[in-house]
Design a protein. Sequence first.
Lengths: 351, 480
Amino acid sequence: MNLNNIDFLNELTANTSKIVKGFETLKEVKQVDIATTPKTVVYSEDKLKLYRYKRDTKATYKTPVLIVYALVNTYQMLDLQPDRSYIKNLLDAGLDVYLIDWGYPKQIDKYLTMDDYINGYLDNCVDYIRDEHKLDKINILSICQGGTFSLIYSALHPEKVKNLVPHVTPVDFSVNDGLLFKWSKDMDFKSLVRGFDGIIPGSFLNEGFDMLKPMMKFHKTSGLMNSLEDTTKLTNFLRMEKWIADSPDQAGACFLQFMEDLYQQNKLIAGELVVGSNKVNLKNLTMPVLNIYATEDHLVPPSATTPLGEYVGTKDYEIYPFQGGHIGVFVGNRSQKELAPKVTKWLKDRD
Amino acid sequence: MNNTNEIFETIVETQKKSIETLVDTTSKIQEALKSGNAVEKTTELYQNWWNTQLSLLNNATSQTKTEVENTQAKTEDFYKKGYETQIDAIKKASDFNLNFFNTLSNFGKKSTDAKDQLQATYSQWNTLFESWTKSLNTTFESLNTSYPKTFSPELFQNTMNTNTLFLKLQNFYQPYFNAVKGGNFSADSMKTLFDPAQYKKITEETFSNFFQGQNLNTLIETNTKSIHDFFQKQQNTTKEYKEFWNVFTEKFPTIISADYTKFNDSFKNINGSYKDLFEPALKLISNAKDKENIELAVESLDKSTTYSIKLAQIQYLLNKTGENVAEEVGKLIVEKSKKLELTNSFQTFFNDWVAINEKHYTKLYATKEFSKLKADLTTLSLDVKKNIEQQFENKIEHLPLVVKSELNELYQTIHDLKKTIKALESKVNTTAKTTTAKTTATKTTATTTAARTATTAAATVATAAAATATATATAKKATV
């Protein structure tokens, strides 16, 4: 081994030069825009906005689709950049696409409950689309916690949902895989909500997510160092960083019920979850369901997603494993060619 | 003209040029070493470098001064800090070069001396590099304070911190590499080479979130003082306790490094005596808010000290895991050196180090002990925060200000009212739809009835007409 001080100094100065050159590359980066696919607000309520994406041609599907994202982070990851956009792929396939933007809760929203979000906001958006298209039922496509919400909604209002496609959705919270599921068992969420005065900061959640991979900041730095001399690579890196940093705060009442009733007591699977004044029975999911999960998901492990089939009432249930991580399902290279075609074909067969 | 961008660009440009010239000068000095005319060359290089730095700083000063005068007052503060950190960085850089120049002027001595001189140069470089990264980080911190939500320095800071860590790791592992090169590296010699105190610093740098004890000491002191001040008005009861606590916090690190579990038990016993001391005395006080505040302060103190214990526990686990990592990394060096697989790139070694850390710390994070400690730390810190907020509310109660707890009541009322209104709106809409449907149905029935009546009337007329026609025909027949 020939590693000595001079060699190391050379390596260090080379790295330092790279960082310095990075400033030049930064200057060339024009805009770090995400979620640029055109859309308009068609309905709003409190901080919620319902978007309809602009179509240049007529939709080739009779039934529109409503995308329900999680409350954590924002939907913009689904439309990260023009060549990595799940939403654009759905539009290109001929779907009429609507999407809920939950907004950014403030202090006044701290008492919003799961009932408010599911039987209030989500139901009103579904009714809007049904009225607009003069349909009894619409398709729902949902992500992560948004998936859990849409399962609960569809079980309470099955007459309004034609087809259901949850992605990377936690259903069985009793599993002990993944740090998030382990840590949630020991956390005193009542104290947490009280301590944050009813609004859980997005930055607190982000810190927690970062800790799920202990050496995350070094991996990220390595990614950044490899992008410093290439404007396109650096722009793409910064887009992802922009999305990660944009983490809305959480309404305490909804957060508390979600964490206690689901993560700690697993009430959904046990058939004991009450939202509003109604008990949620997954057997009422009598519509076709396509359950998509990521095989290397460290946030929602496969063991938390795959059991859904044992609890639904429908006979038209399909499970689809995607090779990748929680976010990679939507933004990875392979995803652009695989995910949307799978989902759109499945919906077409049931349109 | 966007003044924020221009200030940012000026600082960035200055830093960039500053470090470019430094890197360039260092490379030239290294070349000079190899070529043998180090003394003359270095003098010239040093002078050129110093002049360049001075002119860069003067340019930055005059450019940004104009921008500062044209923008908000708070920018002056940022500028002042930036200027001070620049001067500090330049000073350290000049010390480095002066020392280097001095070592080179003795260059004609024996080879071992040259090696020592190089080591001294290398140490100087370490200091200089750390100073540079610190000055850059300070600049970005200042920018972020002055222009919040405009900059995202964290990403940049992490990059600089990683570079600094890179340096620290190289510092730590260089003796290992030297031993490998000298052919006397083994698993046994590794034990001698391992410096736990130095590696502890690397762990603290890597997991800085868990090593923020300074604020805690301030919190404990503040709460102790508030309790002390309160009781001083009544008696001098807490004076001895405050003195005990000051001594205790000073000796805290020494105590924690001894037998950990025994310390934990004795500390709980000591800590429990706060309640024994204060509870009887609190019964004498009748003023509700004052009493509530002291109870909150005592509770905060209690929770802060419990937090200290648990923080120390989690730090212990992190450091212990760091030692396991260092051991595995050492074994990796042994294996690779045996197979002649060690490369000349420290970056490759750094990647291996990161991967081994990931493995060990993921395992630690997955343990029940870590999960419970982390949860307890979060809860305790938030409870203390809440206590402080409540104490603050109690203190400003007499002022004409709306406090958080009152606003919370208002928010709850607004939420409940909104929900009621939406439910009523929904009922009204449903009723309206039902009424419209009924009215439409009623109209349809009436139309149908009218149509039936008309049909019947028409049929009657038709029947009468037919009867008349028959009668006429019969009458005609009779005539014929």
